[in-house]
Design a protein around this ligand. Structure first.
Ligand SMILES: [Zn+2]
Length: 389
C-alpha cells in the first residue's frame, strides 16, 4: 500500500516577482499527476477543492505503508491526542494556542488584501478564542498582477481589493479592519492610474528587490513606522500575527518589509516619548510569524528570503479544530475567505450558497485527509513565536 505525500504549491508563482495570487491561483503546469487510485485514497474532492485554490499539490515522492505507520506513530506521540496541540515540547507559556487563548485582542497585519489567506486558520482561531480581532493591510494591493472586471490597476483595483478585504474581515468576524496609505509595487498611485486601460502590462518590483527598497519607497509616501505605532496604540493587541521577516511566505519583499516595520514599531509604540499624538503607549506581548514558505522558494533553497532562518521552533497549529463562534472548522472559515477572493478576482460567478457548499465539502475532505495522516498546510499551519523585548 502506497500513499502520496502532499505539499503546498503554487506553480503560477514566479520567484521574486510580485504576486499575491499564490493563495488561490489555479493554473497548474508542473505537477506530476498521481494515479486515480492514489487520489481516491486521500479524497478526490479534497484534491479538487484545494488544488483548485492553489493550496495543495501532490508530490510523487511516495512512502511505503510501514514508513507512514511509523511516522504517524511518532506524530501521535509528539502531538498528543488533540488535533490542535501544535506546541511540541514547548513550555505552556510559549504555546501559540495557549497564548491566543489568554489574549483579549489580536491584530493581523499584512501588506496586501488577500495576504490573510496565508494564516486563515489561525486568524479564525484568534477570533474564536480571543476577545477581539483586528485586521490591517498596509496597501490596497493596487498593483495586482491579476486584473478583472474591466478594472485598471491603481485606484480601481485598489478599491476592489479593499472591498474584498472588508468581506474577508466580515467572514472572520473581525471587530475592525483598515487599509494603510502605502502603495503596492514600485510605482506611485498616479503612475498606476496613468497605466489604464486594463490591458496595460503588469510591472512589478524587479526580482532582486529587497525589503530595504520597499521601505525606502514607502517612506517617501508617509511614515510606515508611525502608521504601525498608531495602529498598535489604537487597537492595543496583546498578540500580533504577521508573515515573517525571513521569507514573508512567498519571498515578496513587501511582506518582509511589513514584518521588519512591525518589529521596529513595537518598542516605539511602548515608548511614551515616541510619536506623541498617536495615542497612549502600548506594549505588545507576543508576535506570531507565519513560518509557511511556498515550495518554489524551498526548491531554490530559500533563494528570495532575507537574512538567517529564525531560530525559534516551528509550531504546527491545526486548522481543523472547530470554532464555536463560526460553528465550523477554522479551515472552513479560511476556505470561505479564499473562495471569496477567488470568486471575484477570477470572475467565477459563484453564488454565496455555492461557495458555502464548496467549503463544506472541502472541510469534509480535509477532515478525512487528516484522519488518513496528512499533516501539511493548509490542514496545519506553521508558526513561530517571536520574542518581544
Ligand atoms: Zn501579498
Amino acid at each position: 500500500m502506497r500513499r502520496p505525500t502532499w505539499t503546498t504549491h503554487t506553480p503560477t508563482m514566479s520567484i521574486g516577482n510580485h504576486h499575491c495570487r499564490l493563495f488561490f491561483g489555479e493554473t497548474l503546469t508542473d505537477f506530476e499527476p498521481i494515479t486515480k487510485d492514489q487520489r481516491d485514497e486521500v479524497g478526490d474532492t479534497l484534491w479538487r477543492h484545494l488544488f483548485s485554490q492553489g493550496f495543495l499539490v501532490e508530490r510523487v515522492r511516495h512512502r511505503s505503508f510501514i514508513q507512514i505507520v511509523l511516522s504517524l506513530l511518532l506524530l501521535t506521540l509528539l502531538m498528543g491526542s488533540s488535533i490542535g496541540s501544535g506546541a511540541v515540547g514547548l513550555p505552556k507559556e510559549q504555546s501559540i494556542i495557549g497564548i491566543l487563548q489568554r489574549s483579549q485582542r489580536v491584530l493581523w497585519i499584512g501588506a496586501h488584501p488577500d495576504d490573510e489567506n496565508s494564516s486563515g486558520g489561525l486568524i479564525a482561531r484568534a477570533k474564536d478564542t480571543s476577545g477581539a480581532l483586528f485586521m490591517v493591510s498596509l496597501t490596497r494591493g493596487e498593483n495586482s498582477d491579476i486584473v478583472w472586471g474591466g478594472l485598471c490597476r491603481g485606484s480601481q483595483i485598489g478599491r476592489a481589493r479593499a472591498a474584498l478585504f472588508a468581506q474577508s474581515a466580515a467572514l472572520f468576524r473581525a471587530d475592525g479592519y483598515e487599509l494603510g496609505p502605502f502603495i503596492n509595487g514600485p510605482h506611485s498611485l498616479e503612475e498606476l492610474d496613468r497605466q489604464c486601460p486594463p490591458g496595460a502590462p503588469f510591472r512589478g518590483w524587479p526580482p532582486t528587490t529587497t525589503s530595504d527598497e520597499v521601505i525606502t519607497k514607502w517612506r517617501r509616501e508617509g511614515d510606515p513606522v508611525k502608521y504601525i505605532v498608531a495602529i498598535l496604540r489604537r487597537y492595543r493587541p496583546q498578540v500580533v500575527l504577521a508573515m515573517d521577516r525571513y521569507c514573508g511566505v512567498s519571498g515578496n519583499p513587501e511582506h518582509i518589509a511589513v514584518a521588519r516595520l512591525l518589529l521596529e514599531a513595537i518598542p516605539l509604540a511602548a515608548d511614551a516619548q515616541s510619536y506623541p499624538g498617536t495615542g497612549n503607549p502600548w506594549q505588545v506581548e507576543h508576535v506570531i510569524f507565519s513560518a509557511h514558505v511556498i515550495p518554489p522558494l524551498i526548491q531554490c533553497h530559500y533563494c528570495k528570503c532575507e537574512g538567517q532562518e529564525p531560530q525559534q521552533p516551528v509550531q504546527d497549529v491545526s486548522a481543523l479544530d472547530r470554532s464555536r463562534l463560526h460553528d465550523m472548522t477554522y479551515f472552513r472559515v479560511s476556505c470561505l475567505v479564499a473562495k471569496t477572493y477567488q470568486n471575484t478576482m477570477q470572475q467565477r460567478g459563484w453564488s454565496e450558497s455555492q461557495i458555502q457548499a464548496l467549503c463544506a465539502q472541502a472541510e469534509r475532505d480535509a477532515l478525512r485527509a487528516y484522519q488518513q495522516g496528512i499533516r501539511t498546510y493548509p490542514l496545519v499551519e506553521p508558526y513561530r513565536l517571536y520574542p518581544v523585548q
